[in-house]
Design a protein around this ligand. Structure first.
Ligand code: THU
Length: 138
């Protein structure tokens, strides 16, 4: 991923984070998912009073993209931390989101963890979810 794309994805994740609906945790997350054709879909976390129906930002973005007909993804940027403040640390995707992203990964999905557009770190889904279970195992 080029530095320009990194910055753009980071900005989009930080922007959408402002819409996070997180009254229970007070932890606001934004995600920006880059499709193979260059389209970017964003999502924030959406919580529920029943807690478990909560959608993480990553899955919100993924469902938006898939619902618009996209299934090929190159990268996802994630920015999370206490609501109302800039992220203080890198927010790694939860286990459920790692598995859900794996559904559409061909082994190359890049994951950009964002504090600011200038302060990011890059990893891969393969690194975060080694020895994963996927459709190929069925
Ligand atoms: N959350 C995300 O949206 N993405 C993550 O990667 C970690 C956790 C959300 C879920 C919940 O709304 C809040 O952050 C606290 O766990």
């Amino acid at each position: 991923m080029t530095e320009t794309v990194k910055k753009l994805l980071a900005q989009r994740a930080l922007e959408v984070r402002q819409f996070s609906y997180s009254p229970y945790s007070g932890f606001a997350v934004g995600a920006a998912l880059l499709c193979g054709d260059g389209t970017i879909f964003t999502g924030c976390n959406v919580e529920s009073a029943a807690y478990s129906p909560t959608s993480c930002a990553e899955r919100t973005a993924l469902c938006q993209a898939v619902s618009a007909g996209h299934r090929h993804f190159l990268a996802i940027a994630i920015a999370g931390g206490p609501a109302g403040k800039p992220p203080v640390s890198y927010c790694y995707p939860c286990g459920v989101c790692r598995q859900m992203l794996r559904e559409f990964d061909s082994g190359k999905l890049e994951i950009l963890l964002v504090k600011t557009p200038e302060d990011t770190t890059l990893t891969t889904l393969a690194e975060l979810l080694p020895h994963s279970f996927s459709a190929a195992d069925l």
